[in-house]
Write a protein that binds this ligand. Structure first.
Ligand SMILES: Nc1nc2c(c(=O)[nH]1)N[C@H]1C(S)=C(S)[C@@H](COP(=O)(O)OP(=O)(O)OC[C@H]3O[C@@H](n4cnc5c(=O)[nH]c(N)nc54)[C@H](O)[C@@H]3O)O[C@H]1N2
Ligand SMILES: Nc1nc2c(c(=O)[nH]1)N[C@H]1C(S)=C(S)[C@@H](COP(=O)(O)OP(=O)(O)OC[C@H]3O[C@@H](n4cnc5c(=O)[nH]c(N)nc54)[C@H](O)[C@@H]3O)O[C@H]1N2
Ligand code: SF4
Ligand SMILES: [Mo]
Length: 691
């Protein structure tokens, strides 16, 4: 039997690693990292390997479904694609006629494959496209814009060439990006140091040269003291500062009181240890990479933590440096043309966004919006009614706080659709479920990746769909055909890709060899070019100040949990992705449930034993969970891996296993950072008792 090799892109998490598959007889025989991408080293992570189990999973939506019973009751009628698309298009048109196109809202989980569906929304005339980022990295994005004028992906993380890497709120060896992990391991083999600042001893801390276990939510104090030291001892890069940093004197005055001695009272880190650390950073500069963070939707100060990280990187001269945070190149920067965009086919919708991004909150980017405020607008009808919602590869009932409250907001909708490859709480609560083919069974539009070497890449179909599912483009084109958008009513992915590649000098054939096309031969490290009003790295951000938000926010100490209560903290592990792999056969077998990490001393007081069970409660809601007693978690915190506690009867393997952290965040949809835009998920205390 002939073996076929297909290049594709992993879809088991947001990282989207380049992969290659060997296919024989309609089955994947072998799945590995794309061998033409050296940093992949031919590897995928455990979740990537479990993509094969996803294909065979009978517990995923296998055909389009229309709701029969009440919302969330789980009574479905299986229909043909024609009936499903006619129904969805008809409902959307009806709502458009009655309330205007702006009453149609849509959210996805971001990423490089969005142009086609965003064009669809623009074509319909609605401004209400959102991605999930206020539940993830919005604070980093806005922090980066506030100092550099560019989004967070305007700089790359040059781990491979770094001499000192700092991970704060970033667990790189468990919250995985395969290329980043490989690059960091290579760098460490050549002598790069790793410092981890976390509230618990995670796998990254175990591999680190230095681990600071800080008190939860005090990172801002730690970073202010680092800046204080860099400036007070003149350990910063003066040439770089003269050339690129604006308002350094304002910063100097601001950090004067924030000495390492002061910081110790907040963070529990000794001044000696902090000073030694800062000296080492200065010695390794500019090849220092203090990671600006990723899942930073944690505290109402997380935006300021990210801002201080960018400031520290700038003081060390590492923004723009090899081994630091080099400025990425776009196709245009290397003399090439970017992809042609479907979004350019349509004018910008005239209506303002329902979530207020870009107008009520002019400092918060309009592009991906503020989904938690979109949900609120569904209920308040302020600024206008939102009546239809499409959750597109997005599970807000798992990914946002307080699902019961969110359901109340959804109850104001006339129509709710989920496009998804797995069951999710949101799909279960929808009126229609449109099943997406899992990534190995679908092809995607061409995507562009900016970087030190920009490229175009494609995801090709490795297998034909096993069930009655479709690719994204087929669903969108099917709706477009029914909704007077003939420009998007494509019949083939090749024609879509040809449109995108027009004028780029790249043809479909060019992807055959490697699955991607590099647009430059050599990586480039251009000198920093900041896109701020002054063209410099700006300490004082006028856009924030205009909104009455300080650029440099005085430190406010977080409340400490009362006796018997703990700050509920969370994160990821190497074996699962968010909430959507708990039911994967391979991964559920390796890790069926999450555990409650609790400090040894605290556990002793509560009579909890390792492997025993605890009851976790807040505001009258409680769940039970298995206990993991450990010395390496801060005594004020308990920690769980996010994504467990599933309650859907269709997911038999995940049903009732572990605890759902988001259900303990009652009121959390109202708790967000007005400066950074993200929701603050770690501002909640829970009570823990023996079960
Ligand atoms: N309490 C709490 N809440 C959190 C977090 C936490 O740790 N704790 N983490 C936050 C973070 S960092 C994030 S990113 C969000 C994630 O939350 P979401 O943005 O909702 O993302 P996922 O759970 O990854 O995916 C949602 C649905 O989309 C589908 N899907 C996932 N990935 C893909 C893909 O690549 N392609 C396609 N076509 N479909 C896909 C799956 O069927 C899944 O049901 O949740 C956030 N919310
Ligand atoms: N295996 C796996 N990899 C993934 C994902 C996945 O679901 N699974 N998801 C992807 C996505 S969408 C994202 S956003 C990234 C997230 O990547 P990260 O942001 O690195 O992920 P987390 O594990 O949420 O959090 C990192 C660390 O923050 C720590 N932490 C919590 N509170 C505090 C605090 O107050 N101070 C400090 N200093 N540390 C604290 C946690 O203990 C945890 O170790 O991972 C991506 N990669
Ligand atoms: S990190 Fe793992 S799950 Fe995520 S895209 Fe890469 S291989 Fe897939
Ligand atoms: Mo995320």
């Amino acid at each position: 039997m002939a073996t076929e090799k297909v290049y594709s892109v992993c879809g088991m998490c947001t990282v989207r690693c380049p992969i290659q598959a060997e296919v024989e007889n309609g089955e994947v025989r072998f799945l590995q990292g794309n061998l033409h991408v050296p940093a992949m080293k031919g590897a995928v992570c455990p979740r990537g390997a479990a993509g094969i189990a996803l294909i065979k999973d009978r517990e995923r939506p296998q055909a389009p479904m229309i709701r029969e019973g009440a919302r969330g009751e789980g009574k479905w009628r299986t229909v043909t694609w024609d009936e499903a698309l006619d129904h969805v298009a008809g409902k959307l048109m009806e709502i458009k006629e009655q309330h205007g196109a702006r009453a149609i809202a849509f959210s996805d989980r971001g990423g490089p494959f969005r142009d086609f569906h965003r064009a669809f929304l623009k074509g319909l005339g609605t401004p209400n496209y959102c991605n999930h980022d206020t539940s993830c990295a919005r604070n980093v994005q806005h922090a980066c814009i506030s100092v550099t004028g560019m989004g967070r992906k305007g700089v790359a993380y040059d781990l491979k060439n770094a001499r000192h890497v700092v991970l704060q709120l970033r667990n790189i060896f468990e919250s995985i990006n395969v290329q980043e992990v490989n690059n960091l391991m290579d760098a460490m083999e050549s002598g790069c140091k790793l410092t981890v600042i976390d509230i618990r001893g995670n796998v990254s801390a175990a591999k680190a040269d230095r681990f600071f276990m800080v008190r939860p939510g005090t990172d801002y104090a730690f970073n202010l003291a680092v800046i204080h030291e860099l400036l007070a001892r003149e350990l910063y890069d003066k040439d770089y500062a003269d050339k690129y940093i604006k308002d350094l004197n304002v910063l100097k005055t601001f950090v004067k009181p924030y000495t390492p001695e002061w910081a110790e009272t907040e963070t529990d880190v000794t001044p000696e240890a902090l000073r030694q650390f800062v000296r080492e950073l200065a010695a390794a500069a500019p090849a220092v990479l203090w990671h600006p963070g990723w899942m930073t939707a944690r505290y109402t100060t997380s935006f300021y933590v990210s801002r201080t990280i960018y400031i520290i990187n700038a003081l060390l001269g590492s923004i723009g440096a090899k081994g630091g945070l080099p400025i990425v190149s776009k196709p245009g920067d290397v003399g090439r043309k970017g992809l042609k965009s479907f979004m350019d086919l349509y004018p910008k919708p005239e209506d303002k966004r329902a979530d207020g991004a870009g107008w009520r909150y002019p400092h918060l980017e309009a592009g991906p919006g503020l989904p938690h405020l979109l949900f609120k607008a569904m209920e308040t009808e302020d600024p206008y009614p939102v009546k239809a919602y499409i959750a597109y590869r997005h599970d807000p009932l798992m990914g946002f706080p307080d699902p019961d409250r969110l359901k109340q907001m959804f109850d104001h909708l006339d129509f709710m659709v989920s496009v998804t490859f797995s069951w999710s709480d949101t799909a279960w609560y929808s009126d229609v479920v449109l099943p997406l083919s899992p990534y190995l069974e679908r092809e995607s539009i061409v995507a562009a990746k900016n970087g030190v070497k920009p490229q175009f890449f494609v995801r090709d179909r490795v297998l034909e769909p096993r069930y009655d599912t479709k690719a994204d483009w087929e669903i969108i084109a099917g709706l477009a055909r029914r909704m007077n958008l003939p420009e998007l009513a494509y019949e083939s992915i090749d024609d879509i890709r040809k449109f995108q590649l027009e004028g780029t000098g790249v043809s479909l054939e060019d992807f055959k060899e490697k699955g991607f096309v590099a647009l430059a031969d050599q990586p480039s490290y251009p000198p920093p070019k900041f896109k701020t009003p002054s063209g410099k790295f700006e300490i004082v951000c006028e856009m924030l100040e205009k909104q009455g938000l300080p650029s440099l926010k005085p430190y406010v100490s977080l409340q400490r949990p009362p006796e018997g209560q703990f700050r509920l903290t969370f994160g990821r592990c190497a074996l699962h992705t968010q909430g959507h792999t708990a039911n994967n056969t391979m991964l559920a077998e390796q890790m069926p449930e999450n555990e409650l990490w609790i400090n040894t001393e605290a556990a002793k007081k509560l009579g909890l034993t390792d492997g025993g069970r605890a009851r976790v409660s807040r505001n009258g809601y409680s769940e039970q969970i298995k206990v993991k007693v450990t010395d390496v978690i801060h005594p004020e915190a308990v920690f769980v891996v996010h994504g467990f506690g599933h309650q859907l009867p269709v997911e038999t393997r995940a049903f009732g296993k572990g605890l759902a952290d988001n259900k303990f965040m009652q009121g959390g949809l109202d708790l967000w950072d007005p400066a950074g835009g993200a929701v603050a998920y770690q501002e909640f205390f829970v009570e823990v008792t023996k079960a």
